[in-house]
Design a protein around this ligand. Structure first.
Ligand SMILES: *[C@@H]1O[C@H](CO)[C@@H](O)[C@H](O)[C@H]1NC(C)=O
Ligand SMILES: *[C@@H]1O[C@H](CO)[C@@H](O)[C@H](O)[C@H]1NC(C)=O
Ligand SMILES: *[C@@H]1O[C@H](CO)[C@@H](O)[C@H](O)[C@H]1NC(C)=O
Ligand SMILES: *[C@@H]1O[C@H](CO)[C@@H](O)[C@H](O)[C@H]1NC(C)=O
Ligand SMILES: *[C@@H]1O[C@H](CO)[C@@H](O)[C@H](O)[C@H]1NC(C)=O
Ligand SMILES: *[C@@H]1O[C@H](CO)[C@@H](O)[C@H](O)[C@H]1NC(C)=O
Ligand SMILES: *[C@@H]1O[C@H](CO)[C@@H](O)[C@H](O)[C@H]1NC(C)=O
Ligand SMILES: *[C@@H]1O[C@H](CO)[C@@H](O)[C@H](O)[C@H]1NC(C)=O
Ligand SMILES: *[C@@H]1O[C@H](CO)[C@@H](O)[C@H](O)[C@H]1NC(C)=O
Ligand SMILES: *[C@@H]1O[C@H](CO)[C@@H](O)[C@H](O)[C@H]1NC(C)=O
Ligand SMILES: *[C@@H]1O[C@H](CO)[C@@H](O)[C@H](O)[C@H]1NC(C)=O
Length: 870
């Protein structure tokens, strides 16, 4: 203890001594300049820690952020994070500090181009303008700063200062003393330079030690000369396309590397054995690439200083080498989303007492918790443990010893009770979804730190008690797909930061607690037994964007106060007992509205614009009135190039009496379902303009008149149901031209004449046309007489063509997309997830198109058969 204290004293006193000796006596004119500068700069004094305290009560060389040389001239100004927000003019006092060597303006909000006056500071060796809010072009004056050893003009917050006239090549040519170059997020406007960046840098700056160019849209191949930068110790090129970079050369030529960060660079290849020679490595981040191969045990032998290793989202396979767990300094190890296999014994962790983060999720590993009791682990520093999809069947109870902040055990086979100890005291993220959990051990204390709690897809049962503390940070709660009963806990009212709540598919009853919808964005209680009415919104700034209440017993009306939710985009109340007229007041914000199977009534004559709506399902209510009185032509979002919607959710399509749950809606398709109501009048021509229509169902109404020719323009139509109306006239030729259609039902109308010949229309079953005594032609077994009268002789063609699209197959594919609540949250906040998610959606839609292709093939078959018969 004593020696430690002594050491500390020596350290502290030497620190004081050095700063003292450096801060020489203040020169009066320098002090005046400093005060002028303070006066000129516009800054938030609440954010400032240096500037705000500059005053004459002490010597200016001792002011915070100021350093002078031996003669009393200011040589260093550290004004980072000072809340400076006004621009800095070219004639600012800042540029009168002729001997300034170090200037730091990082992390301010200047929102102006870099001032030309910077060129007067010719003694500068260190210039840090990173994330200072500078915009526009980097001025040519920067080229006069020939003494610069370190230049940082990074901006990763979207300002993107640009290198246009002063291009990269000019900078490296003129500033030949540079050892550290930080250009992250800088807009290198010439595509030629983005391709040749490495050719430009390496000849001029052979002694570079730091190169940081994240988010620069770099690409192109690397020249031999790049591998001569033997002094590089920090290389950060994340988020560029470096697919041609040789990982082998990288690890062979840069022996001094300490920090290597190449996230999302499209790197290919495997980690070569030369990696083991990079003994200075401290931080290695190679996440989100296409690296593969196995990790040989010898790779990590000499890396005694390695603290951070991220190989997340690559394609590494084989066993996780034990040598990784012999790295004495390791703090962070992330191997999630690879193809590692074999058994991993958690007691290996015992040797990594300092490890704070371990990610092994989503591999093909079997993690063996071992039968070690927690006491044998000693104390662990672990804060983050991700073991999702690791074949666990027990809680790894050694973690009792550590106070975790993040725990992901989702997608395992853990059964029984969630133990009390799991909640810890600092937990922020807990994901136990997709296990076999049945109960939550009592008593339990949800710590106020908890932000995300995911327990969906388990077998949790009984009444839900959630003791949510008053200062709770809870943001996202997902308990979907369990067997919970009781009512929605009112303790949730304590979670004032709640963003998203998903209780869907449980057995909850009771009503929605008043006040719960006031602050929340995403609310999903679909498929429970919730009763009562939707509560009124009281606050003026309702944040709801997603309201999913389908399949419950809600009654009453849709509260008018929902109008206050100016961001409400999605509302599904289908299968309830709501007795109301059409909620016109919500039209201006919604893109998705489903009211199916309720007691809605009245007409759809709204003053409000429909232009944002993409999905409108009002089937099976008592709506009435003339269809023509609805102004379809204003439905902007249902038209091409209007890809506005963002939500993915559950829409039901009724076809042939089967309720199919279409678990997604692509944002570029539109749906209208008015079926099973009392609409009358003619079908408006304008529906044909809604060229994103994917599904149109007007069946079981009292519509008359003819089928509009304009339907021929609905090129993405997949299903059309006009059955059980009073439609008359002939089926328009244009309908025969539609090729995308998967389901057609025109039965039980009063249509007459010949079914038009078309590429597909003959492939539909007889049922699509039956109940129209005046129709003739294929596929009906009614020959059209040359005179136009029908000959009702039945031909012997049985039901050979009756096969329908295998919708079960389609819906199984669609069932893949689950967990709407979290997904919406992720969609909003996580770009990577969004990309992946929509990738998945594309897959699902492809499956639909496979079904459609089956129909196409069938169409060709029919055509061949017809040819054969003739
Ligand atoms: C004046 O400077 C001293 C020393 O730097 C500091 O402690 C004090 O808070 C400053 N006074 C004001 C009014 O900022
Ligand atoms: C910068 O230098 C130029 C020319 O050397 C001079 O005219 C100008 O006044 C200087 N600017 C400042 C702010 O000192
Ligand atoms: C980069 O600069 C070019 C040319 O000034 C401009 O068109 C482009 O929008 C800029 N890109 C970004 C991301 O700022
Ligand atoms: C690089 O460093 C070497 C050795 O330290 C030195 O001789 C050479 O001049 C330096 N080159 C440049 C361009 O600074
Ligand atoms: C590692 O370094 C040693 C000695 O510097 C060298 O002999 C060996 O070839 C290097 N290994 C690799 C794989 O580059
Ligand atoms: C690890 O770091 C320490 C302290 O920075 C240093 O003294 C040591 O040489 C490093 N080890 C290796 C193998 O580079
Ligand atoms: C853990 O960290 C402490 C303090 O930084 C250090 O003294 C100790 O050597 C480390 N333990 C291991 C196993 O590296
Ligand atoms: C792990 O994967 C490798 C190659 O992918 C395979 O050869 C090996 O059999 C697998 N081992 C286990 C235990 O599955
Ligand atoms: C809110 O939190 C306080 C303090 O933790 C607690 O006493 C109270 O019961 C909670 N409110 C509800 C509605 O649960
Ligand atoms: C709807 O409510 C009205 C009274 O507001 C009532 O007269 C009517 O019967 C209800 N309709 C249904 C279908 O329950
Ligand atoms: C797209 O929708 C907007 C309203 O959301 C509408 O003004 C515009 O005309 C529509 N564009 C097209 C091409 O339909």
């Amino acid at each position: 203890m004593l020696p430690k204290l002594l050491l500390l004293c020596i350290l502290v006193s030497s620190f004081i001594f050095t700063t003292h000796s450096y801060n020489k006596k203040c020169l009066r004119h320098q002090e005046i300049l400093l005060l002028q500068l303070k006066d000129e700069l516009i800054f938030y004094s609440s954010l400032s820690t240096n500037l705000v305290r500059w005053n004459e009560s002490s010597e200016c060389c001792k002011w915070y952020g100021v350093e002078c040389d031996a003669s009393g001239y200011v040589v260093s100004l550290q004004l980072d994070g000072e809340g400076i927000y006004g621009g800095i003019g070219d004639s600012s006092s800042l540029f009168k500090f002729n001997y300034l060597q170090k200037l730091n303006l990082a992390y301010n909000d200047l929102n102006d181009p870099i001032p030309k006056g910077i060129g007067n500071l010719t003694y500068l060796t260190h210039l840090n303008l990173s994330n200072a809010g500078f915009v526009g072009q980097v001025p040519s004056e920067i080229l006069s700063l020939t003494r610069l050893a370190s230049l940082d003009i990074s901006d990763i917050y979207g300002n993107h200062p640009s290198l246009e006239q002063q291009n990269l090549e000019m900078i490296v040519q003129n500033l030949s003393e540079l050892r550290e170059l930080y250009l992250d997020g800088v807009n290198i406007t010439s595509s030629d330079e983005r391709r040749k960046w490495s050719h430009n840098i390496s000849p001029y700056l052979p002694n570079l030690t730091v190169l940081s160019m994240e988010f620069c849209y770099l690409n192109g191949s690397l020249p031999k000369s790049f591998w001569h930068l033997h002094s590089l110790s920090i290389l950060r090129l994340d988020y560029n396309n470096l697919s041609t970079l040789s990982v082998h050369d990288l690890f062979t030529n840069f022996p001094s590397l300490a920090i290597l960060s190449l996230v999302d660079c499209q790197l290919k290849g495997s980690i070569p054995s030369s990696f083991a020679n990079l003994t200075k490595l401290i931080h290695v981040d190679l996440g989100q690439n296409f690296l593969s191969g196995t990790l040989y045990p010898t790779l990590f032998k000499g890396l005694s200083n390695l603290t951070f290793l991220n190989l997340r989202q690559n394609s590494f396979f084989g066993n996780i080498p034990h040598s990784l767990f012999a790295l004495p300094s390791l703090l962070v190890l992330d191997l999630t989303y690879n193809q590692f296999n074999g058994t991993f014994r958690l007691d290996t962790l015992r040797s990594l007492a300092n490890l704070t983060t371990l990610g092994l999720s989503h591999n093909s590993l079997s993690v063996d918790v071992g039968d070690v009791n927690s006491s044998s682990y000693g104390s662990l520093q672990l804060k983050v443990l991700d073991l999702a999809s690791c074949n666990l069947s027990n809680f790894p109870d050694f973690i009792k010893k550590s106070d975790l902040e993040q725990l992901d055990l989702s997608g395992n086979r853990i059964a029984g009770e969630i133990p009390s100890w799991i909640w810890g005291t600092q937990l922020e993220f807990l994901n136990l979804s997709s296990n076999l959990l049945t109960d939550i051990q009592k008593p339990y204390h949800i710590p106020p730190s908890l932000i995300f709690l995911y327990l969906s897809y388990n077998q949790l049962r009984g009444e839900l008690h959630l003791p949510i503390p008053a200062e709770s940070n809870l943001n996202s709660l997902d308990l979907a797909n369990n067997k919970l009963s009781g009512s929605i806990p009112t303790s949730l009212l304590n979670a004032t930061r709640l963003f998203s709540l998903d209780f869907s598919i449980n057995n909850l009853s009771g009503s929605i607690p008043p006040g719960l919808l006031e602050n929340i964005n995403v609310f999903d209680v679909a498929q429970n037994n919730i009763n009562g009415s939707i509560p009124d919104i009281i606050s003026m700034d309702c944040m709801l964007t997603y309201l999913e209440l389908s399949h419950n017993n809600l009654e009453g009306k849709i509260p008018k106060s929902l109008e206050r939710c100016r961001s409400l985009d999605f509302m599904n109340v289908r299968n309830n007992n709501i007795n109301d007229t059409f909620p016109c007041m919500l039209l201006s914000t919604l893109s998705f509205l489903a009211l199916r199977f309720n007691r809605f009534h009245g007409e759809l004559t709204c003053q409000e614009s429909w232009s944002g709506l993409r999905v409108l399902d009002i089937s099976s209510n008592n709506f009435g009135g003339r269809l023509e009185s609805i102004n379809f032509s204003t439905r902007g979002a249902m038209m091409l190039n209007n890809l506005t919607g963002t939500y993915v959710s559950q829409v039901d399509i009724t076809m042939k009496g089967i309720d199919l749950e279409l678990l997604h809606i692509r944002k570029d398709i539109a749906i209208i379902d008015f079926s099973h109501n009392n609409f009358h009048g003619e079908i408006p021509n304008a529906i044909g303009d809604l060229n994103l229509l994917f599904h149109l169902n007007l069946s079981h109404n009292a519509l008359y008149g003819s089928i509009p020719k304009s339907f021929g323009q609905l090129k993405v139509l997949e299903s059309l149901d006009l059955s059980a109306n009073q439609l008359t006239g002939q089926i328009p030729m244009e309908l025969g031209e539609l090729t995308f259609i998967g389901v057609l039902n025109l039965s039980y109308n009063k249509l007459v004449g010949m079914i038009p010949n078309g590429r597909q229309i003959q492939t539909f079953p007889v049922e699509s046309f039956e109940g129209n005594p005046g129709l003739c032609g294929l596929p009906l077994n009614i020959r059209c007489s040359p005179t136009g009268d029908n000959d009702n002789g039945l031909s012997p063609r049985g039901h050979e063509e009756k096969k329908e699209i295998e919708w079960e197959y389609v819906s199984a594919a669609l069932g893949y997309v689950v967990g709407v609540g979290i997904i919406v949250w992720l969609l909003i906040f996580c770009r990577r997830f969004r990309e992946k998610y929509f990738g998945k959606i594309e897959e699902v839609v492809e499956d639909i198109f496979i079904a459609r292709d089956m129909r196409r093939r069938r169409a060709r078959m029919v055509a061949r058969n017809r040819a054969r018969r003739q």
